[in-house]
Design a protein around this ligand. Structure first.
Ligand SMILES: [Mg+2]
Length: 302
């Protein structure tokens, strides 16, 4: 069994991470990102895997869509299977380490690499060091490829689809994160139950959850993000829709017009961009809400 490589930035282990500390201050803001189309302009498989097996991305995704309909199959499982079926047809063996190596080829939207540090600094400054930021990735893409990207270590945790590599002749899906199952991971972040081996279902009072939804901002391009955006916002959190420069703002605008997101902006993460400014505005609001809550708590204690 492959060992998932868990956290990097924070020093907690997978099992202790997020363990509920009774009465712990809720002083963490979670920035949660989709990957494809949100942090990277294209789907991650299009940078190295598909070119390596000589398949045009448009043709590939079209075939995934067709097969899913024909077989009444989950599109995520279909794409994971088809990738390796195609590789096998070409006589190519692509191991886990090869997928990780392909991660180096993945490109990012402008400013992404510096964004994480910028946000950490901003919150630290605005809150005078009393509130910190965690960055989470929840992606339907492949964890193996994400591990090889330059930004992997920037995340406090990464939830993404994964393969078993020892099943039959072809790698076999080990974890599949669909549009709706993405929301499970939001609750894991919320309840501090980030170890995927632990059950998420037991009741936890709101006040004991390490990261309330009201302290989350979800970033997505809208393709597989609608359920996550809805869950975040219904629970008083925030959502921002982004579109890569190369693509149209249409989906984002529609999400904004029907009230599914708080803001939308081009996926430009550089300092001073519309996305940067709108994110800072939401962070300011979250920080004010934290202060109001803390003041109420002080008053209650007399
Ligand atoms: Mg996406």
């Amino acid at each position: 069994m492959e060992k998932s490589i868990t956290k990097k930035r924070n020093t907690q282990t997978a099992t202790s991470r997020g363990a509920k500390i009774p009465g712990a201050p809720q002083n963490i803001i979670a920035l949660i990102y989709d990957f494809d189309g949100t942090l990277s302009p294209r789907n991650m498989q299009e940078y190295a895997f598909l070119p390596k097996i000589g398949i045009n991305p448009k043709t590939f995704w079209k075939e995934v869509a067709q097969l899913s309909i024909e077989r009444e199959a989950e599109p995520l499982i279909t794409y994971m299977h088809l990738m390796y079926q195609k590789a096998q047809e070409k006589g190519l063996q692509i191991l886990r380490k090869d997928l990780v190596a392909q991660g180096r080829e993945v490109e990012f939207c402008p400013g992404v690499e510096k964004w994480f540090g910028l946000m950490d600094q901003y919150v630290k400054k605005q809150s005078k060091g009393t509130v910190s930021v965690r960055h989470y990735l929840v992606s339907s893409g492949l964890k193996e490829i994400i591990e090889g990207t330059k930004i992997y270590k920037k995340f406090d945790n990464v939830f993404a689809s994964e393969y078993y590599f020892e099943a039959y002749q072809l790698p076999y899906p080990k974890r599949v994160i669909t549009d709706t199952s993405k929301t499970q991971y939001l609750f894991r972040i919320n309840k501090g139950v980030e170890d995927v081996n632990r059950s998420i279902n037991s009741h936890m009072p709101e006040g004991e959850r390490p990261i309330p939804f009201s302290q989350m901002i979800y970033f997505g391009d809208g393709e597989t993000d609608v359920p996550s955006m809805a869950v975040t916002r219904q629970n008083n959190g925030f959502a921002i829709a982004v579109y890569p420069k190369q693509k149209s703002a249409k989906i984002c605008k529609e999400l904004f017009d029907v009230g599914r997101v708080d803001f939308y902006a081009q996926a430009d993460y550089t300092k001073g961009s519309a996305l940067h400014n709108r994110t800072c505005l939401l962070i300011d609001r979250i920080l004010s809400d934290i202060k109001v809550r803390e003041e109420k708590e002080r008053l209650q204690k007399g």
